[in-house]
Design a binder for this molecule. Structure first.
Ligand code: ATP
Ligand code: MG
Length: 407
């Protein structure tokens, strides 16, 4: 069903979005922290469109809509704010049955349906009619206007009426949003972003749990072109719309790769690259006070992602390594990338740093002794220090001004 934009009408209440968020497990202080962060994030997400302040009541936010043209752009932004379960265009009216009925009739007149239900919830028990009496009265008015039948178990459209404090809210179209938890409530993590298909999806899933990400990309410029950097930059630009401020660390990896090539067996290269990536990412994580690392690995998708190799790679990390795609098939990951919107950026052709110098048959059961033997020939501390000292950091903001600056 098309979203209804015609909620504006002279004299019938105040148009607004009513915003519903998940309540599971939210108690006491935890709840106000969650609500505070969500409200902050919503304001940030729409600050270039509207600055009207929101109201909070009984586990919902009300965002007043100053004009009809703002509905569509605000809807697009709200759909991407983690923590919102759904939202609805609504009319806020005074607590009076005449006004409630007029608002319901107005909203329902703009929809097509052959069956409907009215569902009333009263948080204000002083209202003279019971919920059931409101349902019957408004239901009769809507029935007379539309000719549709009442169906309480499987209606085409449900009109919700919520009575609280000294106001009432009426709405008939719920728009599903991203769900999850507001970014910022679950601390920080460093995401290893290759600019392939998987790592942006992994990043999205972790952000969705309320984690603020810092991104790290390893590149082999000047031996490769800067295409992988451009790709990672585009991905971070896109992903920043879910967390509003991002940093991308661009780590030069060529020197590390060349040293590994010179000292390690060919089939162990990828395992060693990955161990260095984790070590470097972890140093950045400590600097950023991040509590975990994130990768786009999926079990057995490629040789470096067997459990044996993951074990040997993981050993260098002291922080937890989150692998949200561990159990997903490639096809499922591609589907998720399409839904999120990262897929079209990922498939831009590029030479990643790890497509270079990769043998045809990498080891699938890496042995720790072989890895340690190869690493003992490297000047580890210096390699890590050098790579970090040449690392560049880019900053991203959403929304941006037309000049691309932070608002
Ligand atoms: P992706 O689609 O994310 O590139 P992939 O299937 O190509 O994943 P690999 O190339 O083996 O798998 O990489 C596994 C994970 O290691 C990636 O998901 C990413 O988290 C990390 N990674 C790999 N290459 C890089 C890189 N150049 N910079 C940052 N992280 C990387
Ligand atoms: Mg890759």
């Amino acid at each position: 069903m098309k979203t209804q934009w015609k909620i504006f009408a002279e004299g019938i209440g105040e148009p607004c979005f009513v915003i519903h968020y998940g309540e599971v497990g939210l108690k006491g202080e935890n709840r106000s922290f969650f609500e505070g962060q969500l409200m902050k994030n919503i304001k940030m997400a729409i600050k270039d469109i509207s600055k009207t302040s929101m109201l909070k009541y009984h586990g919902r936010f009300i965002l007043p809509l100053p004009s009809p043209e703002l509905m569509e752009p605000i809807q697009e932004r709200l759909a991407r704010v983690f923590g919102i379960v759904y939202f609805a265009p609504a009319l806020l009216v005074t607590q009076d049955i005449e006004h409630i009925e007029t608002a319901a009739r107005h909203l329902m007149a703009n929809l097509t349906f052959s069956s409907f239900a009215i569902k009333t919830r009263r948080a204000q028990k002083r209202f003279p009619l019971s919920s059931q009496e409101v349902n019957i009265r408004v239901g009769a008015a809507v029935q007379q206007q539309s000719g549709a039948r009442v169906d309480l178990s499987n209606p085409d459209v449900t009109c919700y009426i919520e009575i609280f404090d000294n106001k009432a809210l009426v709405y008939a179209q719920k728009i599903p949003a991203a769900g999850g938890l507001p970014v910022g409530v679950s601390e920080r993590a460093v995401s290893l972003l290759s600019a392939g298909i998987d790592s942006p999806v992994a990043s999205y899933k972790i952000m969705k749990r309320g984690v603020k990400l810092i991104f790290v990309h390893f590149h082999s410029v000047p031996l490769t072109s800067s295409a992988s950097i451009e790709n990672a930059t585009k991905q971070v630009e896109f992903l920043t719309q879910f967390q509003y401020h991002s940093k991308l660390y661009l780590v030069p990896f060529l020197e590390v790769q060349q040293q590994i090539m010179a000292h390690a067996p060919k089939d162990y290269r990828v395992v060693l690259y990955r161990r260095f990536m984790l070590r470097l990412a972890e140093k950045i994580a400590y600097r950023e006070r991040a509590k975990a690392l994130v990768t786009g690995e999926s079990i057995a998708q490629v040789a470096s992602q067997t459990l044996s190799n993951m074990q040997v790679i993981n050993e260098v990390a002291t922080l937890p390594v989150l692998r949200p795609l561990a159990g997903d098939d490639k096809e499922e990951i591609i589907q998720q990338a399409k839904t999120i919107g990262t897929f079209h950026v990922s498939i831009d052709p590029y030479e990643g740093c790890c497509s270079l110098f990769i043998p045809k048959h990498p080891v699938t059961r890496a042995k720790r002794e072989v890895v340690l033997e190869a690493e003992s020939k490297l000047d580890m501390d210096n390699l890590l220090k050098e790579a970090l000292s040449k690392t560049e950091v880019l900053k991203f903001h959403f929304p941006k001004t037309e000049q691309g600056e932070a608002l």
